[in-house]
Write a protein that binds this ligand. Structure first.
Ligand SMILES: [Zn+2]
Length: 137
């Protein structure tokens, strides 16, 4: 037994579009509508889940009670932090497309999620659905 590397590797645009925050807000509001309607399948990994629950992958990061203000703060924070430069992150330009970057964040783990800011950021970005909307996957 030993620790294993646990992390996220994503690829996305080096520079997000000017309307990224608006796109993210629109996406989160649509997601909130689906949560209110009663979602029983995780929108990130496809696992069945209890209505109103949270999937083991971490989706959703909002709740049906999340306010418009909460949604816009989350969208702004996630968009503003791209591309992440936390200490547990590294990135490089995509050799096949210089307009894209490849980002890794993670750490050695004995089973728990790594606590590093970069890992936590990418996890929230992916589980918010915002990554997909902005072409980060
Ligand atoms: Zn899931």
């Amino acid at each position: 037994m030993g620790a294993d590397m646990c992390g996220y590797i994503v690829k996305g645009p080096a520079k997000l579009p000017k309307n990224a925050v608006e796109l993210a807000i629109k996406s989160l509001k649509a997601q909130r509508k689906r949560l209110i309607a009663g979602v029983r399948k995780c929108e990130v990994c496809g696992q069945d889940m209890a209505e109103g629950g949270t999937c083991s992958c971490g989706w959703p990061v909002i709740e049906k009670e999340t306010t418009d203000y909460g949604i816009s703060m989350l969208a702004r924070n996630l968009v503003d932090a791209w591309a992440p430069t936390y200490r547990d992150c590294c990135s490089r330009k995509d050799p096949d497309d210089p307009k894209q970057i490849i980002v890794f964040a993670g750490d050695m783990s004995w089973g728990d999620d790594p606590e590093g800011s970069g890992y936590q950021y990418l996890k929230e970005l992916i589980n918010s659905g915002i990554g997909e909307v902005l072409g980060i996957r």
